[in-house]
Design a protein around this ligand. Structure first.
Ligand SMILES: Nc1ncnc2c1ncn2[C@@H]1O[C@H](COP(=O)(O)OP(=O)(O)OP(=O)(O)O)[C@@H](O)[C@H]1O
Length: 337
């Protein structure tokens, strides 16, 4: 079976005017233009099967939105190919648009002055949704996203969380095969985020919709995405599951030791570097020592034995790095596989 989405060696270059320097620089820029090229997407390849839910991640400016824009047909690639269900999104834009839905968390696609219900009606008409399908979809979304309370209010009067729910329903009214969610939980409170995640989860579970999710909120990813594609500087750094991401990039663990006070002095002893087999003591505060070690280099049972032998230990635990920490390291240290 061929993939529903296939992206192969995709490149997007933006040209921007390079200003001349010096006192008369802006005047010279007006007459003699020099350009510099920014490769926002630099040879990205991946394939996504029907029904998958994939997190497309990367730091600011990594090229995520540009890739999504090429998949939706808004932006023409400079090189490489994109096929969505066999269609070239740029050349076959109307057909591609009919099979996709997009939500940009930062801006609404609804009609600001119209009640939400009227926006839905317009979307239904634009996509030629049959009255029966329209009624069924609307009923489902009102129920799943709890839209009933505000569906007759103008969009401009809705809270961000309500508007986002409206936006996602509008993007899916015509039952698209592929949905692109660009930061769908940005700015939402915890309750609204949870509702949005539950909706995405349930939509994906039904298996009929392929979802590409761009987010900076790694709690979205932990909860929703069996697979992540991580990019930076327009290139794919990692494509696989979250566990694999942690295993590839986060080979360290932390041994957290709660120490008991010394019986005679009442003071809590400090762990010495000599007793941790070359591991790094990250911090020691209020009787808790955090010791970071490479799991491949130091056997955890030896480290625990050494600490137990030399100190009055009250409690021990091993902390695995969370996704937030892993991704922060990848971005800040520029790690590559
Ligand atoms: N229309 C454009 N013209 C010129 N440069 C652009 C344009 N759109 C994006 N870029 C540049 O391309 C690079 C990638 O931008 P893009 O918006 O794809 O990143 P992103 O990963 O979505 O970032 P963010 O997480 O901040 O939304 C950036 O350097 C950006 O400045």
């Amino acid at each position: 079976m061929s993939a529903l989405i296939s992206v192969d060696g995709l490149v997007k270059e933006f040209r921007k005017v390079k200003p001349h320097e010096g006192r008369l620089g802006s005047l010279r820029t007006l007459f003699t233009r020099r350009y510099e090229v920014n490769r926002a997407v630099d040879g990205v390849s991946f394939a996504i099967d029907e029904g998958e839910l994939v997190g497309y991640l990367g730091p600011n400016g990594a090229g995520k939105s540009t890739t999504i824009k090429m998949m939706t047909g808004i932006v023409m690639p400079t090189g490489g190919t994109v096929r969505i269900s066999g269609l070239d999104p740029w050349r076959e834009r109307p057909c591609n648009a009919a099979q996709m839905g997009v939500v940009f968390g930062q801006r609404t696609q609804l009609w600001w002055d119209l009640p939400l219900r009227e926006s839905f009606r317009l979307v239904g008409a634009i996509y030629g949704v049959s009255p029966a399908d329209y009624r069924e979809s609307l009923e489902r979304f009102v129920d799943l996203l709890d839209l009933g309370e505000f569906i007759d209010r103008p969009v401009r009067q809705l809270s961000l969380g309500q508007r986002m729910r409206g936006d996602i329903a509008a993007a899916m009214l015509h039952r698209p095969r592929v949905v692109y969610l660009d930061e769908p939980t940005i700015g939402l409170d915890v309750v609204a985020k949870d509702r949005m995640r539950t909706f995405v989860e349930e939509t994906s579970r039904a298996g009929e919709t392929t979802i590409v999710l761009t987010t900076h909120d790694l709690a979205d990813v932990e909860r929703l995405c069996p697979r992540v594609i991580l990019i930076d500087h327009g290139r794919v750094l990692y494509d696989g599951d979250v566990q694999g991401l942690k295993a590839t990039y986060a080979t360290h663990r932390e041994l957290v030791v709660h120490l008991a006070p010394d019986e005679s002095t009442g003071r809590t002893p400090a762990v010495r570097a000599a007793d941790v087999l070359g591991a790094e003591i990250v911090s020691q505060e209020q009787g808790v020592a955090r010791i970071r070690f490479e799991a491949s280099r130091i056997a955890v049972q030896h480290l625990i034995a050494s600490v137990n032998q030399n100190y009055p230990v009250r409690d021990l635990s091993i902390v695995e790095p969370d996704l937030e920490g892993v991704v922060r390291r990848i971005y800040s240290e520029g790690l590559t596989p």
